[in-house]
Design a protein. Structure first.
Length: 168
């Protein structure tokens, strides 16, 4: 899936409840904080910085306002990595289309509002997002398949969470 490809694994996403902006801590399977998503508060458009725990920016998330529907783009080192859009027609289930630079396409589908969905690359499951692994409010897990781009998948998960929370 390109640069930044990781070994996969399970992560815990935890939104900071008393933060200005959309801030998240991302922990690995051992409970160690490995990433931080810094939501920039008080901007007209959403902009988030995806950082490691040393403050190095690994990816950026930027809202793009289009006439039909909102779209978010994910950037790595200033280059477009992916675009996330809510599918216009998705009967019975919520669906998001993820267009990855280089022609790959992913699809997130399931009960997105309850954080119970999968991200797929055609027939192959790239990640599973689930709240069932945790009992803490505003916390959910992301189980990423080996060989997938962890940063890309985690950034897209943050985007989907923001878009559903805002009722888009």
């Amino acid at each position: 899936m390109g640069p930044g490809t990781g070994g996969g694994g399970r992560y815990r996403m935890r939104q900071k409840l008393l933060a200005f902006g959309d801030d998240y801590y991302i922990e690995n399977a051992l409970g160690q904080r490995v990433y931080f998503v810094d939501g920039k508060a008080f901007r007209l458009r959403e902009h988030l910085a995806f950082k490691d725990m040393h403050g190095n920016e690994l990816a950026a998330i930027q809202e793009r306002v289009l006439p039909i529907k909102d779209t978010y783009s994910v950037y790595r080192h200033g280059q477009a990595l992916a675009t996330v859009k809510k599918a216009l027609i998705a009967p019975f289930r919520q669906r998001f289309d993820i267009h990855v630079a280089g022609g790959d396409s992913l699809e997130a589908q399931g009960n997105v509002l309850d954080h119970e969905y999968e991200i797929r690359d055609g027939r192959r499951r790239v990640a599973e997002v689930s709240k069932k692994w945790f009992r803490v409010a505003d916390t959910y897990g992301v189980d990423i398949a080996p060989g997938a781009d962890d940063i890309l998948i985690l950034a897209c998960t943050v985007v989907i969470d923001m878009m559903t929370a805002e009722g888009r």
